[in-house]
Design a binder for this molecule. Sequence first.
Ligand SMILES: Cc1cc2nc3c(=O)[nH]c(=O)nc-3n(C[C@H](O)[C@H](O)[C@H](O)COP(=O)(O)O)c2cc1C
Length: 358
Amino acid sequence: MIHVKKSLDIALLILFFIGLASNFMSATAHEAAGIIFVVGVVAHNVINRNFYRNFLRGKFTRRRIINHATIILFAVGVVTLAVTGAALADFVPASAEINWRSLHLTAAILSTVALFVHILIHASRYVHGKIFYASAMVTFVFAVAAIFGLPYVDRWFHTVKVNRTEILRGERLEVDGKILIVYFGRVGNTNFPAQVDAVSGASLMLDGTELVGNTQMIAELVQSVTGGEIFALRTEKIYPADYSQTVQVAKHEFESGELPALKTLPNVADFDKIVLIYPLWWHTLPKPVENFLRSCDLSGKKIYPIVTHGGGGLGESIDALKTLTRAEVCTPLDIYSSDIPSARKNIFAWLKGLEILP
Ligand SMILES: Cc1cc2nc3c(=O)[nH]c(=O)nc-3n(C[C@H](O)[C@H](O)[C@H](O)COP(=O)(O)O)c2cc1C
């Protein structure tokens, strides 16, 4: 029996790491690893059920309290992972109001930390002195790497393959058609090399071999929900293909106050509702979007802002937007860059809630 227990524990540990490496595998492989892991955890608990019989009995030493706490924390983490995973994989109907992805990520971090502390506590029975401190150090490094590394890996190295036909499919809202969808993004304002994989990352998605920008995808999603006309803001200048260099160029724009010239402006006079989609740049509105707002008279119109970002939410962009326009700024929607392919139902619910209907 002891061998079965040990083998299962080692298999579970390996599976847990496979699950953590979700950015390097297909969604199906990640879901399969998740399901097997949850089944394995249930089996682990059935085999170790005696532990629960004595859960509250006996003396509570400091070590025992920490051990119990990490087990409870891990259990909460795994249950959250299972529920949010099922929602993300569309195994169960899930509310569009909840950000399942960030909950899933938070649960992954929580479980990783709990698991390492759990292992450390058990290791302290067998290893002492310097070796124990060394392993504690390694544990700490792993835990910190999990906390900061997971979102980082998720944000910057996740090449997203999308299928527009599937993503854009869904329920329509009946609107009067006088909706203008204005967006700004890197794609369309950058000369990306043909070998886009060499530079792909957070801001890029591939539909077959075609590059699709985050904000562009959102614009197409809004159009698939509302109809409406899409207008892409194009700057005279070309932004660098390299992500970090673009960040530096944008920094310079903010520092110098430069307003990058736009090739053309949309004919806003024909519309009274404008869905404005932009990426969060340095916690606020990109300068080309500021230029659009300064160049067009939007008084009397309604702006519905959608902000795509890498974790910063709306940042300070809505305050900036309000100071730059006379239009009425409606309740905004922020979308985490990795959530874009599955954002249609959120966009639908948000627009419906805002009564964008005629
Ligand atoms: C110049 C620049 C600055 C950025 N600054 C932030 C930021 O402050 N906070 C954040 O969460 N994301 C930031 N991001 C990430 C983008 O908001 C995010 O990747 C967005 O979805 C990009 O959309 P796009 O591909 O359509 O340009 C920045 C990206 C760039 C290129």
